[in-house]
Design a protein around this ligand. Structure first.
Ligand code: 6PG
Length: 255
């Protein structure tokens, strides 16, 4: 697909700078256009790669008070647990910049995975009503300004794993799984309709272990093989950007 923009970098340092620039630019554009920036994070190495946002110039130039933060997926564990994507982002990122605490929408960690997914969807519905999150004009889905995704070696994004029935979900915005092949097993996740309704989606993947999945996702569209989840990320109207290092891009047809 020609509309897939690839940003391939020599080093993780260069990738981190480009990622920070990209996020800061989208934040600025969104705040200018609608007064707020609704961004969804994931877990994993992505958060470390976003670290430059806490440094100059971004720590001063980004309008942090306008950020509303969500998670594209979250492990159903206590917020203080080492496996919590919220805790990872809070420790590494959110505690270092002047985010407004009430704008940080972490999951309810005191209920079941099913209830946590329902609760999270309810929160998102309220914020769509108040236009903190825009709404897609083609689906009735929320239209996040930016959804940031990591990608596993198996091509999973958020907690959408290969061959899992949640890949077929059409109605729910947020759903849950209790059988994640990557521990911990219980997770909630944005569904593909929500991811594909975003204004901007970035998939960030680095290292050799991601090369095969990146190739499958980027190059194998329309082939006979079942697409890896990252390959089904195709924003309807929004823009998709891949941030890759040389190693992760090493198997691309045009890498
Ligand atoms: C999670 C993440 C997940 C992650 C990928 C890539 O909760 O596990 O949200 O989707 O982004 O597994 O993780 P790495 O970048 O650490 O390989």
């Amino acid at each position: 697909r020609k509309d897939r923009k690839l940003r391939i970098h020599e080093s993780l340092d260069e990738l981190s700078t480009d990622l920070a620039d990209y996020i800061a630019e989208l934040s600025e554009a969104s705040v200018k256009e609608r007064g707020v920036f609704a961004i969804a994070l994931s877990g994993g190495s992505l958060i470390g790669l976003m670290g430059k946002l806490c440094e100059a110039p971004y720590n001063k130039t980004v309008d942090w008070a306008k950020w509303y933060i969500f998670w594209a997926d979250e492990r159903v564990v206590a917020k203080s647990h080492v496996d919590s994507n919220y805790k990872l982002a809070k420790d590494r990122l959110l505690s270092k910049v002047p985010i407004i605490p009430s704008h940080v929408h972490s999951i309810n960690d005191s209920v079941s995975a099913e209830e946590a997914a329902d609760d999270y969807e309810f929160v998102i519905r309220q914020l769509v009503k108040s236009r903190v999150i825009s709404v897609s004009d083609i689906s009735d889905c929320p239209k996040f300004d930016l959804i940031l995704l990591g990608m596993g070696p198996d091509g999973h994004v958020a907690s959408l794993f290969p061959n899992h029935s949640v890949l077929e979900e059409k109605d729910e915005w947020v759903t849950f799984i209790t059988d994640s092949p990557k521990p911990p097993p219980e997770r909630i996740t944005f569904t593909l309709p929500v991811i594909n309704s975003a204004s901007n989606v970035a998939i960030v993947a680095t290292g050799d272990s991601k090369a095969e999945a990146a190739h499958m996702a980027v190059d194998n569209m329309g082939s006979d093989l079942p697409p890896v989840p990252a390959g089904i990320v195709q924003p309807l109207k929004g823009k998709l950007v891949w941030f890759l290092d040389k190693a992760a891009a090493s198997k691309l047809d045009d890498g």
